[in-house]
Design a protein around this ligand. Structure first.
Ligand code: NAD
Length: 551
């Protein structure tokens, strides 16, 4: 079976599987491959370079057939996107367990991964691609918006009005950058080699304008900056060429970051290779392409460091570009920080992270009910109110209607249990799927991103995501995933995900309460263990049990 078909999750309240616990993973797998959601659905690629939802079309068909027939005391095992077994378990056990892209330490390299991928033995699962909880660009929007808000507070008096941000990569995740900057009042120039990516974000109102001409782009962004008017402009170009040119022209840039797919050197287009030749060149000579790609990233990061020297706020946005540039021969690549230590770690100490949910009915009215519930549950949280209001106004749904909002320990369980009540009361027309990114407070070991510069030096310890997957499996999740590589590339991270289903039953209420207490609780204990004062306070205030905390 080839990819010449369009996948779209069923909508409405009739089941195609035996229960909502299996209908949910079925619809979410299909939703990941909806052309409105996925970047290259014909190749099963959802986002993040080559992040896939299933290994191949035969595996996809077999997963769908198995889920349609799975009982509520059975568990399907998925190994790098291929369904490999079904076992009898119990109703509290997950319906699906997934392990994607995992390799033993010494073998965890791109060449070995690519060899196995070419043999048909593995796939790249990214974070939410292979774990079936990608919700389109909105999935990263609030995190990106909050990151730019943190930059505004740190450097620009609380607003980005009158500032110019320059970034690259307007793909599945990177496409959230322009709207995040404009929601903070700023001006952004976003560079992408692929015009279709820029047009796609423009079509969904994540990006205001697109041009192929640098002079034209600069005229527009500098005028907006001077007037203090929010504006996003997409420029078709290569960041490795555009950034040095901006330096040469002494363009007054205030903030620089990047979200090209730098974590995978084959998914980053080096300067000097034409866009049309990208796929054939990378397939013909992956090693040679990698070397050229890294050399380009070295120039790209060198320009970022130069902007920092000239006073701009510069940060790595979670794509490993610093390490790739270092391997490309640029020694000062780590001169600027990653965004987690710079802005996000204090949130992680409270178990705060990207909580998200999806209306399986396909009805946007169901998300409106959940939005209202969030506002009623947390009336004192001004930031949350500002976010939900902005999201309602600016976010166009891609695929099944969904919402994201960052919630912490205690609050996630409260929200989930409330959603379950609303389903039980019939105020929401069909069950709600509740999940999160793998990028979360206690679910990932990633020394260039989520666990960069931990207070106790424990950046590379991967016991934590393993424990996270185990506790979620034991706490009532509907599917649990354990991946390697994610946003930063092979060899650089281990991370876990969980998804649950608020189907309105008392059993779901019990599972949600435990799962959504324990999962963010991992974030609290991980940061307690590393010695963060705020995490210790949160553990004490909210009763998170840590055996050796007070001994
Ligand atoms: P994507 O593959 O959908 O998009 C990447 C984009 O980069 C593409 O549009 C591509 O055309 C463009 N690109 C490649 N080389 C370029 C170059 N030299 N100059 C300009 N544009 C170029 O990936 P995505 O889902 O948007 O993710 C982007 C990166 O961010 C990945 O490395 C991903 O792992 C990482 N990521 C970060 C976070 C985070 O929280 N910060 C979260 C998810 C993913």
């Amino acid at each position: 079976m080839t990819g010449n078909r369009e996948i779209r999750a069923p909508r409405g309240t009739s089941l195609t599987a035996k229960s909502w616990q299996t209908e949910a993973p079925l619809r979410m797998l299909m939703n990941n491959l909806d052309p409105e959601v996925a970047e290259r659905p014909e190749d099963l690629i959802v986002y993040g370079g080559t992040g896939k939802a299933a290994r191949n079309w035969a595996s996809y068909d077999a997963i769908v057939a198995t889920l349609a027939d799975l009982d509520d005391d059975e568990t399907l095992l998925v190994q790098s996107g291929k369904p490999v077994g079904v076992f009898r378990t119990n109703v509290w056990a997950p319906r699906v367990l997934l392990a994607n892209s995992n390799l033993v330490g010494d073998w965890a390299t791109w060449p070995e991964f690519r060899r196995l991928e070419a043999e048909g033995l593995m796939m790249y699962g990214q974070m939410t691609a292979g774990s079936w909880i990608y919700i389109g660009t909105q999935g990263i929007l609030q995190g990106t918006y909050e990151t730019f808000a943190a930059v505004a507070r740190k450097r620009f008096g609380g607003t980005l009005a009158g500032t110019l941000t320059v970034t690259g990569g307007c793909g599945g995740m990177g496409g959230a950058q322009p709207l995040s900057v404009t929601l903070n009042g700023g001006v952004v120039l976003i560079v992408d080699v692929d015009e279709t990516r820029l047009r796609r974000r423009q079509g969904k109102r994540y990006l205001d304008e697109v041009t192929t001409d640098l002079d034209d782009a600069l005229e527009r962004v500098l005028a907006a900056k001077a007037e203090g008017r929010a504006l996003s402009v997409g420029l078709v170009g290569n960041s490795a060429e555009v950034l040095p040119e901006l330096l040469r022209r002494e363009v007054p840039v205030d903030i620089v970051t990047d979200q090209t797919s730098a974590h995978d050197p084959l998914a980053y287009l080096p300067a000097g290779i034409a866009f049309e030749d990208w796929r054939t060149e990378s397939a013909r000579d992956p090693e040679g392409f990698t070397a050229r790609s890294r050399a380009s990233m070295a120039r790209h990061v060198e320009a970022m460091v130069e902007f920092q020297k000239r006073g701009a706020e510069v940060f790595d946005y979670g794509n490993s570009i610093r390490d790739e540039a270092r391997q490309g021969g640029y020694a000062d690549a780590f001169a600027f920080p990653g965004f987690v230590p710079a802005y996000i770690r204090p949130l992680f100490c409270e178990g705060l992270g990207p909580f998200r949910w999806v209306a399986l009915s396909g009805d946007p009215a169901d998300i409106a009910v959940t939005d209202q519930a969030i506002l009623e549950l947390f009336p004192e949280n001004e930031g949350l109110k500002r976010w939900i209001t902005a999201a309602q106004e600016h976010v166009e749904f891609e695929g099944l209607p969904a919402r994201i909002c960052w919630l912490g320990y205690g609050d996630r369980a409260k929200a989930a249990v409330r959603f379950n009540e609303l389903v039980a009361e019939g105020k929401i027309s069909a069950p709600i799927v509740i999940g999160r990114d793998h990028l979360d407070s206690g679910s990932v070991a990633s020394p260039y991103r989520e666990t960069e510069a931990m207070a106790d030096g424990s950046d590379a310890i991967a016991d934590w995501p393993l424990l996270n997957a185990l506790i979620n499996t034991a706490s009532g999740a509907t599917w649990v995933s354990l991946h390697h590589g994610g946003g930063v590339g092979i060899g650089r991270s281990i991370h876990a995900g969980q998804v649950s289903v608020a189907d309105g039953t008392p059993l779901a209420a019990e599972k949600l309460q435990r799962l959504l207490t324990n999962d963010p609780g991992m974030g609290v204990i991980r940061h307690v263990d590393a010695g963060y004062d705020r995490a210790i306070e949160v553990a004490r205030e909210r009763g998170v049990r840590v055996p050796m905390l007070d001994s």
